[in-house]
Design a protein around this ligand. Structure first.
Ligand code: IVH
Length: 707
């Protein structure tokens, strides 16, 4: 079950939408990182798609809130700091998907309509396997390989030149007469045999075991030691090109043949067709061979063959209009459900996991599958001992589709979902209510940051940029301290007692591996610097459900002091209707926030942690927003590079002056503050006739000195 499947988008208030977009941007970026950079995804493709769909739905309803870092304008993931960066001369994009024969027919119709071709006009389209690996762009100058870059975010990739040079299918010099600049693009992959070998070796040496060949290929290419990459037996299929001083052909087929002539391996199953029927037939033929191919594929890619037509068709946001990926349906198998284990996620959501009798699905041994949530268990009526059908859709976490009814063992009882968290606190598990009063499908542990399963992740939120923003204390350090026996950090207050524990104890942080005198000192100073904290950041740092950055700011401004907020929270938890109504009356705050606050303040463990934390802090009260400022009530967009403030800071400043800071320019925008490098937003503003000023004029307008 993904977090985002919450309330209907139509019911969201502005603030909730903004918070959710913020959360979705963060979550999707994190999943992108896990998938692309760490090669270790933690959710299924379907759940990932659901997150993206939810993000798009909210953006469609709240276009003014679209973020600069919106996932819809990004492909892949940011690049890892491990490698140098390479900016792609031409972006590396992704492909639109087709899931049925009708989708493919629609694709051809769209192409024809766009080109103003008659329905029966000839149109040549190529079909080739979609290789399940990772894409790589290889730049050749004067025939010599000068750089190799991963896709990264589509614009900038990682420099993996040395590693790419170790792959046998990638020539260091092009054969024959090649254009002076030519970028070859294609897929790095690992064969099933190499994958099995690698995992066997890894198991022996205690190294990382990879979930599938794709992750293994990505992990092997992205090694700092190119010698390791060499030992991993990677392969490469060339299927496209990037920048080219001259394109060696007039059709897709011709250029791919030329690329083969330069010394590359191209896929032998690539063929050209003049009809949709031909494409579909080839798709079926490839699907039939799938199980016997020595490498993973997850569909068939169709491309308009004529390059002149490709140029006319161009691109729509992330993908070319002239190509589409026809995906294979998920692979299925049946096996026995041995047990149902309850796992607790980062936000306390309880996820039932099916423990299965091991079974091979699409070449991968599956032992776990997600059951999503309690409702799904009830809907499928799955019981321990049942024979279940499972599906794996090229992703990591397979799912249970249903049961084989006539194989149910005698005496199998319906599964009873636990009413307390499996953590040692045995906190109550609740079923949330959505704003419309409906019951959410998610069961959640109410332990918040007292629940050991949630604590580690809460600590990461706690130190993150929008909360306490402690320099030198990020996810990695939290993981370290959380598990460290000498300097355990298990609660937020523990962060602020670190120095005391260091000074008074026998063990010293500077003696710990990875620290040393200077970094220990810097860390203590960074923590001290945050002992004084704004009320809005403090409230956000509690990680209360539905209380994101914007909501925390509204609450902090309304209550002014921690004491007032704390008192209101306790009253709301005790069922005081007046206190709840007072909070409910705040702009953009609704039932979901009130319920979450009530729940947070009614949990004894939370209150203890908050008390211990607050005892360590100086809390700054928040300025009430000016009602009479020159920008009160206005909607403002900041864009481009700002010299005296970060964009986040600018937003907070605008809000403290009673203005609304929006992420994109629309008819509702009153003012755009643009710094150097402002692009599309500036253009939009001038199209719509919105007033545009620079940063200096902004400070003059609000009567403040910069800095
Ligand atoms: S063509 C402009 N052809 O699929 C896009 N891509 O989902 C050019 N892929 O990023 C891509 N096999 O990594 C193309 N035969 C093939 C492919 C293929 C695998 C990957 C590629 C791309 C992704 C899009």
């Amino acid at each position: 079950m993904v977090e985002s499947e919450g309330r209907p988008v139509e019911e969201l208030t502005d603030t909730e939408a903004r918070d959710e977009l913020e959360r979705l941007a963060r979550e999707i970026a994190e999943h992108d990182r896990r998938y692309h950079r760490d090669d270790a995804p933690t959710i299924s493709d379907a759940d990932y798609d659901a997150l993206r769909r939810r993000n798009s739905a909210i953006e469609a309803r709240f276009p003014a809130l679209i973020r600069e870092d919106s996932p819809s304008s990004r492909v892949g993931s940011e690049v890892s700091e491990k490698f140098g960066k390479i900016r792609h001369a031409l972006p590396m994009l992704s492909l639109d998907n087709a899931f049925s024969d009708e989708d493919v027919a629609d694709f051809a119709k769209r192409v024809r309509r766009f080109l103003k071709l008659a329905e029966d006009a000839p149109l040549a389209i190529t079909a080739e396997p979609k290789i399940d690996g990772l894409s790589l762009s290889l730049r050749y100058e004067e025939g010599k390989l000068v750089s190799a870059a991963t896709r990264g975010d589509g614009t900038t990739g990682e420099d993996v030149t040395r590693n790419a040079m170790t792959i046998g299918d990638i020539p260091n010099r092009l054969k024959g007469k090649a254009p002076s600049v030519f970028e070859v693009r294609g897929e790095v992959y690992m064969s099933h045999a190499a994958f099995a070998d690698l995992n066997a070796r890894q198991a022996e040496t205690g190294g990382q075991i990879y979930a599938n060949p794709r992750n293994a290929a990505a992990g092997s290419l992205r090694q700092l030691d190119a010698g390791i990459t060499r030992s991993r037996k990677l392969e490469f299929f060339a299927y496209a090109w990037g920048e080219a001083s001259e394109v060696p052909g007039a059709t897709q087929m011709e250029v791919v043949e030329a690329i083969a002539g330069f010394g590359f391996t191209v896929n032998p199953l690539m063929k050209r067709f003049d009809s949709i029927e031909g494409l579909i037939e080839h798709y079926r033929a490839i699907e039939e061979q799938r199980a016997t191919l020595p490498y993973d594929i997850d569909g068939v890619v169709y491309k308009v063959d004529d390059l002149a037509l490709q140029r006319r068709l161009g691109f729509v946001s992330r993908s070319p209009r002239w190509a589409i990926a026809h995906k294979f349906p998920a692979e299925k198998a049946t096996t026995i459900l041995n047990d149902i284990e309850i796992q607790v996620g980062r936000t306390g959501a309880l996820t039932p996991v099916a423990k299965l009798e091991p079974v091979t699905v699409g070449g991968v041994v599956v032992t776990n599958a997600t059951l999503h949530n309690a409702d799904e268990i009830a809907r499928l009526d799955v019981r321990i001992g049942d024979t279940v059908q499972i599906q794996r859709a090229g992703d990591v976490i397979p799912q249970v589709l249903g049961i084989v009814a006539d194989k149910r063992p005698k005496g199998a009882e319906p599964f009873e979902f636990p009413s307390v968290c499996p953590c040692e606190l045995k906190t109550e598990v609740v079923r949330e209510e959505t704003a419309s009063g409906a019951q959410s499908v998610v069961r959640r542990c109410t332990g918040e940051f007292a629940c050991p399963f949630q604590r580690r992740e809460h600590l990461k939120l706690f130190v993150s940029r929008k909360a306490f923003d402690i320099d030198g204390l990020g996810d990695k350090q939290i993981d370290f301290f959380y598990d460290d026996p000498d300097f355990p950090v298990r609660t937020p207050a523990d962060i602020f007692t670190l120095k005391r524990r260091n000074d008074e104890g026998m063990k010293k942080l500077k003696d710990k591996e990875g620290f040393g005198e200077l970094s220990a000192k810097n860390l203590f100073e960074a923590i001290e610097a945050r002992r004084t904290i704004g009320l809005d950041r403090l409230i956000f740092s509690f990680g209360i459900r539905h209380v994101g950055e914007a909501t925390a700011r509204v609450i902090a401004r309304a209550y002014g002091s921690f004491e007032a907020f704390h008192e209101a929270g306790l009253k709301i938890a005790a069922g005081d209707e007046e206190a709840a109504a007072e909070m409910d009356a705040l702009e953009d705050i609704g039932g979901a926030v009130i319920t979450a606050i009530a729940r947070f303040f009614s949990e004894e463990h939370n209150l203890k942690l908050v008390d211990a934390l607050v005892a360590e802090l100086e809390i700054e009260e928040v300025e009430k927003p000016a009602e009479t400022s020159p920008v009160a009530g206005k909607t403002i967009v900041f864009t481009g590079a700002l010299e005296h403030m970060s964009r986040d800071e600018a937003k907070v400043m605008a809000e403290s002056l009673g203005a609304k800071a929006a992420g994109s320019v629309s008819k509702k925008t009153d003012l755009v503050v643009a710094g150097p490098g402002a692009g599309s937003k500036l253009k939009k503003a001038s199209e719509l006739g919105v007033e545009v000023i620079d940063e200096a004029a902004w400070f003059t307008l609000i009567g403040r000195e910069p800095g």
